[in-house]
Design a protein around this ligand. Structure first.
Ligand code: PLP
Length: 404
């Protein structure tokens, strides 16, 4: 394990994606990461029975505390995000739950966006209040709303940029400054859509970055996972509580698959962006399409922020059509030949899904009427969420042209 933490601050992202965290296995000289499925390890010295007693012990003891293949992925993610440390979880939602419930308790106040990924929105709306955590919902495109929502008990500001499904961006640096100046301890950013190739939130002042690894970082739609990246001391505390007590850890097999995916993240993100730009321009010029939200298009309301904050515009976009969305969706299910009509995103394969405003408002974003009105103004009756894969952009355009 001597060079288990192998990292080199001077490596370019492409090199770090391949090499960071990985090492030649000392026993077998295997060049690719070993898949270690063992759940228990024979320590070299006598250790305590509680994970608390293992603090300071460098080796592995039990798979819920840490294990070698998962650790390689954690070390790679920490380097890619420019963070000190990372922890992996069974899914993106498990990672979000870990950071929120590992940091907050009864009487604490959390600020979340009024529209963000449904699983986390529902966790905030339905579950957290049962544990005494107060939640406020704000429109992140209105910084004055965030400023007004901060209270003495506010412990965390949760950001998601670009947001699922609205494609709204938020200014991480500005919000981190505002929150910290006003005494908010934690700024956490769900950066699943952006990936570290586009944006490194820790370098912009955030305290935690959260990813659904199920999406771009795995990239192949065959393994679920999540991660939290941040300061070493914070992550050690989170390890003791979130992995050891909540238990939503990542399987080594998933870590092994995601390690393989992460190695090609930089080149995949270039391909996603190239195809997405072509598709977004095509959609924007199509008579059936009324609106396209893609951060790489000058028509995106926050294109200037996107240029400043994103080194890659990623492959995610939404669009709206003249014909009612459910009718086009029905055609998509039957007629698309390349793009799959399916949920999820960030895979090498393109995916599209209709997200109806009625569904979202009744299931997820049940906030005040003014917020619902604003969501409807923005999203109309709904949006198609399109995750452009790494296929050839012209082939994707031909596929979409057939159903539009
Ligand atoms: N965050 C974002 C932005 C997402 O889009 C998703 C899933 O779609 C998640 C978090 C949750 O990830 P998972 O499905 O891996 O739990």
């Amino acid at each position: 394990m001597s060079d288990n933490n192998r990292r080199n601050e001077n490596w370019a992202t492409e090199t770090a994606a391949v090499h960071a965290g990985e090492y030649i296995d000392p026993a077998t000289r295997a060049s690719s990461p070993n898949l270690v499925m063992s759940v228990t390890f024979a320590p070299e010295t006598v250790t305590g029975f509680s994970a608390r007693d293992e603090q300071g012990y460098e080796g592995f003891v039990y798979g819920r505390v840490s294990s070698p293949t998962v650790k390689q992925l954690e070390d790679k993610l920490a380097v890619l995000e420019g963070g000190e440390s990372a922890l992996c979880f069974a899914s993106g939602v498990a990672a979000a739950h870990a950071v929120i419930c590992g940091r907050l308790g009864k009487g604490d106040h959390l600020i979340v966006p009024d529209a963000n990924y449904v699983g986390i929105a529902e966790l905030a709306r339905d579950t957290l209040p049962r544990f005494g955590i107060d939640v406020s919902y704000v429109d992140l495109s209105r910084p004055e709303e965030v400023a007004a929502a901060i209270r003495p008990s506010t412990k965390m500001l949760w950001l998601e940029t670009p947001a699922n499904p609205t494609m709204k961006l938020c200014d991480i640096e500005g919000f981190a400054r505002l929150a910290h100046e006003r005494g908010v301890r934690d700024v956490a950013v769900d950066s699943t859509y952006a990936t570290p190739i586009a944006t490194q939130p820790l370098k912009l002042g955030a305290d935690f970055v959260v990813h659904s690894l199920t999406k771009y970082i795995c990239g192949h739609g065959d393994a679920m996972g999540g991660a939290v990246i941040g300061r070493k001391a914070d992550l050690s505390a989170l390890n003791l509580e979130a992995t050891v007590h909540f238990g939503g850890i990542m399987s080594p097999f998933n870590a092994w698959l995601i390690l393989r995916g992460a190695a090609t993240l930089p080149i995949r993100m270039k391909a996603h962006e190239e195809a997405a730009l072509k598709v977004a321009r095509f959609l924007e010029g199509h008579p059936e399409v009324t609106k396209v939200f893609y951060p790489g298009l000058p028509s995106h309301p926050q294109h200037e922020l996107a240029k400043r904050q994103m080194k890659n515009f990623s492959g995610m976009m939404t669009f709206q059509t003249r014909t009612p969305g459910p009718d086009i969706a029905a055609r998509m299910v039957k007629q698309l030949e390349i793009i799959h009509y399916a949920v999820s995103l960030g895979h090498h394969r393109s995916l599209v899904y209709w997200i109806g405003t009625g569904d979202i408002q009744s299931s997820t974003f049940r906030h005040d009427p003014e917020q619902l009105r604003r969501y409807r103004d923005y999203a109309g009756d709904g949006v198609f969420r399109l995750s452009v894969g790494i296929e050839n952009g012209d082939d994707l355009i031909a596929d979409l042209a057939r159903v539009l």
